[in-house]
Design a protein around this ligand. Structure first.
Ligand SMILES: CC(C)(COP(=O)(O)OP(=O)(O)OC[C@H]1O[C@@H](n2cnc3c(N)ncnc32)[C@H](O)[C@@H]1OP(=O)(O)O)[C@@H](O)C(=O)NCCC(=O)NCCS
Length: 181
């Protein structure tokens, strides 16, 4: 019985469009650079040769997630893409641990049936442009674009797109500074 469960789990891990601590037969590969790169290149839509996806990070629907050059994804980071919307992290984006990205919202406007039966609103892609820096524990909601070289403060909840060369902090994240030459 247990042997069969282990075998089924192995098949699931091998074929699923996810990477995460609950996908043990592939997750161990993140501890070693060569196996990490091979796994990530096979799962993600795009995974640059210099990107690093560290053990403890999590990605759902990897086939709609792109990670650019020099991007390091740290433990407890969560990427929730889906079949309709992408998460694109461009080159040289920096981020702390535990940043969360979500491309969809559950529907909640009907009162006659439980939320769980209402499905989803249309998903919206997330784009983080070249050179941005996202502080630890930030949450990036559906449809957000974070502009080139923008800075997002630790723990911020980003509900609206953030322009290039600006610093945004808080919940909801507000621009507190614009960087000029
Ligand atoms: C945003 C950040 C970069 C500082 O930027 P800054 O332009 O130097 O901002 P300041 O320190 O001058 O603060 C400006 C105001 O924003 C507030 N603020 C700063 N960071 C904040 C944050 N993360 N959330 C909410 N408010 C914040 C300050 O309290 C200050 O408010 P006040 O004007 O009412 O006093 C920094 O606070 C931060 O959050 N860094 C992320 C650290 C991190 O996650 N590191 C992980 C390594 S990748």
């Amino acid at each position: 019985m247990l042997i069969k469960e282990i075998y089924n789990k192995y098949l699931f891990c091998k074929n699923t469009d996810r990477i995460g601590p609950d996908i043990p037969f592939t997750h161990w590969k993140l501890h070693f650079k060569s196996s990490m790169t091979k796994l990530c290149k096979s799962k993600f839509k795009h995974f640059s040769g210099t990107a690093d996806f560290r053990a403890g990070a999590y990605a759902v629907h990897c086939s709609n997630i792109s990670l650019g050059e020099n991007v390091v994804i740290r433990p407890s980071t969560m990427f929730f893409a889906d079949e309709f919307a992408e998460i694109i992290i461009e080159d040289n984006v920096m981020m702390g641990a535990s940043v969360h990205f979500y491309v969809n919202n559950h529907k909640f406007d009907r009162t006659d049936i439980p939320l769980i039966e209402q499905g989803y609103y249309p998903s919206k892609s997330i784009l983080v442009k070249e050179g941005a820096w996202i502080g630890a524990n930030a949450i990036i909601l559906p449809g957000i674009t974070i502009g080139r070289n923008a800075v997002i403060g630790a723990g911020s909840i980003v509900t609206k797109s953030i322009p290039a060369y600006s610093v945004a902090v808080g919940n909801p994240a507000k621009v507190i500074k614009r960087l000029t030459e």
